[in-house]
Design a binder for this molecule. Structure first.
Ligand code: ATP
Ligand code: MG
Ligand code: MG
Length: 546
């Protein structure tokens, strides 16, 4: 594990600072409010905020809301909440849409300087005439329009005199450039669409590649960090910055986006899962969204530590989902109280234990963190164990309960099975055991050894609970096809069992380690005092090694 988490962007910033290029560095996290944030965004958040922080700079949260079609206030709210939960406070919260007037002015300036023109050709014609990697671009007849005519047409575009797609504004750069992005890209389009921020003020909207550099320059961003797919756009970014009438000169730096195994990382795809009801909303605990991970039980620290450790590189890669789980275990192992839960209960009657008697046994709350102290748990003649912890005809090396075998009950006594009861369907409904008072946990008993240790919940005081166990949302082993064909139909398993009586008072988002089962989170939406619901965050062990 790297200790100082250094990376190439830090080197760039350090050099810039050494050269005296900037007084203070300014970064931004610029989500488009067209979906909820996912763990990929967390990588960008951690990078931008911690970079600025390390160099004494600042970071804005900027909603990149220049495309009204897919954007919504709901997403704006969710993004703010997620960022706050992660623990980052932006210097300022900005909206790209509040720069529309300034962007319009900048476009007018370009026209005045002979650097932009209004185009009448259709989108298809424009695309065809821009050529390809092997084919030169073709100049449009509109390219030679006079400045006056362009100014007039652009103003009429703004006034709403044309319908969607009838005209666009193009930057006049270089139709023979080897970089197709520079072959007179469209910078403004007509869209008679209400905007969630500006309402019906505008019917023309700037294109991302024009808007983004302007937004950065307006805010005085020094280092504009984005993902690799924008590398080819950098010359256009620089062109806009160079030709804008703004003093700041932000520079774009690209890094590899985060890809995770067994999930999808695109708002479009995640939205499809939500819209088609494959999941219970954006915050479904199986979703790789920040809100899903939070509801599942991930902590801000585990997500941030994961983002720091995966590093920042210039080449795309695929990160193992189990690495994220690793950091959750690391974060919770000292903090989460240990407790016992029986997820699939089978009743045990201890036939030689006095009827009506309940004793309270001491149990440590976290053996790895003694400061957390002790709790008391009940034990009596009837307890629940896991159904899978008893077998009538066990295979070899089965060390749990079976007729004639003796096991240890965690925090309690040795139990030996002598009988069991079946119903008319042949299902085992109850097992009968005897206990040995001499073997009480903590008594120092060494008379004989047993191989299995089982957890339990005492029956009369057991608190019923629902347990939600998750599997990956996406099956990576399926070959080819649309991602929807990879959706795992068995990603949620629900079980009903019991927890210890001291769990009655749990609150949403309380986290526990259930003995042998892993880490669980109290579901913030569905759990109540009447019906406890626990989400499994991760199991206890994994073959994964850092
Ligand atoms: P998606 O493709 O999932 O819709 P996006 O890139 O369109 O994501 P934006 O809202 O535009 O989403 O992204 C905000 C910021 O988060 C951008 O700077 C973007 O580069 C970054 N980002 C998005 N996805 C990832 C990812 N998987 N890894 C790292 N950074 C990402
Ligand atoms: Mg996007
Ligand atoms: Mg995208």
């Amino acid at each position: 594990m790297s200790e100082n988490h250094t990376h190439f962007i830090k080197h760039i910033v350090a050099k810039d600072i050494e050269a005296g290029s900037y007084e203070q560095i300014v970064t931004r996290f610029p989500p488009e409010p067209n979906g909820y944030l996912h763990i990929g965004h967390a990588k960008s958040i951690v990078l931008n905020f911690e970079l600025a922080d390390e160099f004494g700079g600042r970071t804005n949260l900027r909603f990149d809301d220049t495309n009204p079609l897919k954007e919504d206030k709901e997403y704006v709210e969710a993004i703010r909440e997620d960022l706050e939960w992660l623990g980052y406070e932006p210097e300022e919260v900005r909206y790209a849409s509040s720069y529309f007037e300034e962007m319009y002015k900048q476009a007018v300036k370009l026209i005045e300087n002979g650097l932009a023109y209004v185009e009448d050709l259709s989108q298809e014609e424009i695309r065809r005439m821009r050529g390809s990697l092997t084919e030169a671009g073709e100049e449009s007849p509109s390219r030679s329009r006079s400045v006056e005519e362009n100014l007039e047409l652009f103003e009429r575009m703004r006034k709403g005199e044309f319908s969607d797609g009838e005209k666009v504004l193009r930057a006049k750069i270089d139709m023979s450039s080897p970089n197709i992005n520079l072959r007179d890209p469209v910078i403004y389009r007509i869209s008679h669409t209400e905007h969630h921020n500006t309402g019906n003020t505008w019917c023309i909207y700037p294109m991302y590649s024009f808007a983004h550099p302007l937004e950065d320059a307006i805010e005085g961003v020094t280092h504009s960090i984005c993902t690799l797919e924008f590398e080819d756009q950098r010359p256009l970014y620089d062109w806009v910055v160079a030709n804008a009438d703004l003093s700041a000169e932000p520079k774009q730096i690209e890094f590899a986006r985060l890809n995770l195994t067994n999930t999808v990382m695109s708002k479009r795809k995640l939205k499809q899962l939500v819209d088609e009801n494959f999941v219970d909303g954006w915050d479904d605990p199986r979703m790789p969204t920040i809100s899903g991970l939070r509801r599942r039980g991930f902590t801000p620290e585990s997500i941030k530590q994961f983002c720091r450790e995966i590093g920042v590189a210039k080449a795309d890669n695929l990160v193992d989902y189990r690495m994220l789980e690793h950091f959750l275990r690391e974060d919770l192992k000292m903090e989460a109280p240990r407790t016992m839960a029986v997820l699939d209960p089978l009743k045990v009657v201890i036939t030689n234990y006095p009827e009506g008697h309940v004793e309270w046994l001491p149990a440590d709350i976290n053996p790895e963190n003694e400061e957390m102290g002790m709790r008391e748990i009940p034990f009596s003649r009837e307890i629940y164990i896991e159904r899978e912890d008893f077998m009538e005809d066990p295979p070899k090396k089965y060390f749990r309960l079976y007729p004639g075998n003796e096991v240890r009950i965690k925090h309690a006594y040795f139990l030996k099975c002598h009988d069991f009861v079946k119903d008319e369907n042949g299902e085992i409904t109850e097992i009968h055991c005897t206990y040995d008072p001499e073997t009480k946990s903590g008594s120092g008993f060494t008379g004989r050894k047993v191989k299995g240790t089982l957890h339990y919940v005492e029956a009369s005081k057991a608190v019923p609970a629902e347990f939600r166990l998750y599997d990956s949302l996406i099956d990576d082993d399926v070959e080819g096809g649309d991602f929807m064909e990879h959706v795992n139909a068995d990603s949620l398993r629900v079980q009903h069992g019991f927890v210890e009586p001291n769990m009655k008072k749990v609150q949403p988002h309380d986290k526990f380690q259930f003995f042998r089962h892993g880490y669980f989170n109290v579901d913030p939406k569905d759990s109540s005092a009447e019906k406890l619901v626990f989400n499994r965050v991760v199991g206890l062990k994994s073959s994964f090694k850092l």
